[in-house]
Design a protein around this ligand. Structure first.
Ligand SMILES: [Zn+2]
Ligand SMILES: [Zn+2]
Length: 426
């Protein structure tokens, strides 16, 4: 069996004190934390070469980590070894009489499969075996629609998903030949590739959602053309995130295409279309509003009036003209390119920055300069906006949220040997 050290989990009682050592004294970089809701634990990953340290902080008194600390004190909690085939590894261990906690492997975080070995067999160390989602089959896209939680200073960010849709692969990658993108984005029998429809909930001075996916107003024919899969949709994600539609104060639009604005409205039992978030003000850039309400032959198929005109009728529409602050720490910034007035959202708090870039870079594969969608109305503007933003994202270590990547909800852009890569966040 070939096993690689993936990470070392450390149960932490006093997080600020632990950060004072690992981050400040050792000078290591701590990634944005990720909440594992089911375990009532917050995980802070610290890359150390090919492996990570994982500081585990209990978020509730009944968390397994809290119980562990009560019983044994803070300290080494587990080590995780990465294997190519966790089923084969478990079989091999069982054949040798090794006692397992998990007799059969089970699903772990980020599409992985895991199995714990019993500490009685490991000389007192809890050992987790893990098979990563993509290690054995890089071409098999492992879709991920879970709620992902992050925090930036005082602001809480939750990436939520309205399910999946399929668009033409050629249109998604513009002038980039299929041989370059098809390995990472396998096509179906109609040459379509899979897109997630991700929104971002921003909880700070107020509670905001940026974009809201496709929504449920479209008919079976539409779903068939675009291969829509909303079996797990924004309603499920909001419930998992613990956010009700009435909790949303602000709905912010990156732009008004149906895969971003469809979920702004719902059709009620009487057939009337009304705003989905009953207390919210909906913020749209004025130029985008003008374009969406006066479509032309090239963009008409993307703009469906029922997604936004009812907002004006209901008096909940607020148009903004310029780049400006939407709430403390949250600013919109026009990128143009995809549409003339397409905008991204930049979130800053506690010296950290995150950005929801919407269709500026829909997939992580769109990070390299020439990877620009055929859908974009002004591709050279996309190029300029992207070059400027990516430079900033690398320098400031911005946590970038990708609206359509089926696997990676958020990540950090890095440059290694002149090549841009995205390191998944959290
Ligand atoms: Zn779009
Ligand atoms: Zn889009």
């Amino acid at each position: 069996m070939k096993a690689v050290l993936d990470h070392v989990g450390i149960a932490v009682k006093d997080l600020p004190a632990a950060l004072a050592f690992y981050r400040d004294a050792l000078g290591l970089e701590v990634e944005a934390p990720e909440d594992v809701v089911s375990q009532r634990v917050r995980a802070h990953f610290i890359p150390v070469g090919a492996s990570n340290l994982e500081l585990l902080e209990a978020t509730a008194a009944d968390s397994p980590i809290a119980k562990y600390i009560d019983k044994r004190g803070p300290g080494l909690h587990h080590i995780t070894l990465r294997v190519d085939d966790v089923h084969a590894a478990v079989q091999q261990l069982k054949a040798r009489g090794v006692r397992m906690i998990d007799e059969t492997p089970r699903p772990g975080a980020e599409g992985s499969t895991i199995a714990f070995v019993h500490p009685s067999a490991t000389h007192g160390v809890l050992v987790e075996l893990k098979q990563s989602a993509v290690s054995s089959q890089p071409s098999a896209v492992s879709r991920d629609s879970r709620v992902r939680r992050f925090s930036i200073g005082e602001i809480e960010l939750m990436s939520v998903c309205d399910g999946f849709i399929r668009f033409d692969g050629g249109a998604m990658f513009g002038t980039v030949p299929k041989v370059f993108w098809s390995k990472q984005h396998p096509t179906d029998d109609r040459n379509r590739v899979l897109l997630a429809m991700r929104s971002l909930i921003v909880r700070g001075a107020r509670t905001m959602i940026i974009d809201a996916g496709l929504g449920d107003k479209e008919d079976a024919k539409f779903h068939e053309i675009y291969g829509v899969d909303r079996s797990r949709n924004l309603d499920h994600a909001l419930a998992e995130a613990g956010v009700g539609v009435e909790d949303i104060d602000i709905v912010l639009a990156s732009h008004l295409h149906f895969d971003h604005a469809g979920g702004f409205t719902v059709r009620d039992a009487g057939g009337r279309v009304r705003p989905r978030f009953p207390r919210a003000q909906y913020i749209v850039r004025r130029g985008e509003w003008e374009d969406a309400t006066h479509p032309h032959a090239r963009n008409r198929a993307s703009y469906l009036r029922d997604n936004y005109v009812p907002l004006a009728d209901a008096g909940v529409l607020q148009l903004v003209d310029d780049d400006q602050m939407i709430m403390p720490g949250v600013k919109v910034r026009r990128t143009g390119g995809h549409t003339m007035h397409h905008q991204m959202t930049v979130i800053e708090s506690g010296g950290k920055t995150a950005a929801f870039v919407a269709d500026l870079m829909p997939f992580t594969s769109h990070v390299p300069d020439p990877w620009i969608m055929g859908y974009d109305l002004y591709p050279m503007d996309t190029l300029a906006a992207k070059q400027q933003f990516v430079k900033e994202a690398i320098e400031k270590e911005i946590l970038v949220f990708f609206a359509h990547d089926p696997v990676v909800a958020a990540g950090y852009i890095r440059e290694e040997n002149g090549k841009r890569i995205v390191v998944a966040g959290g």
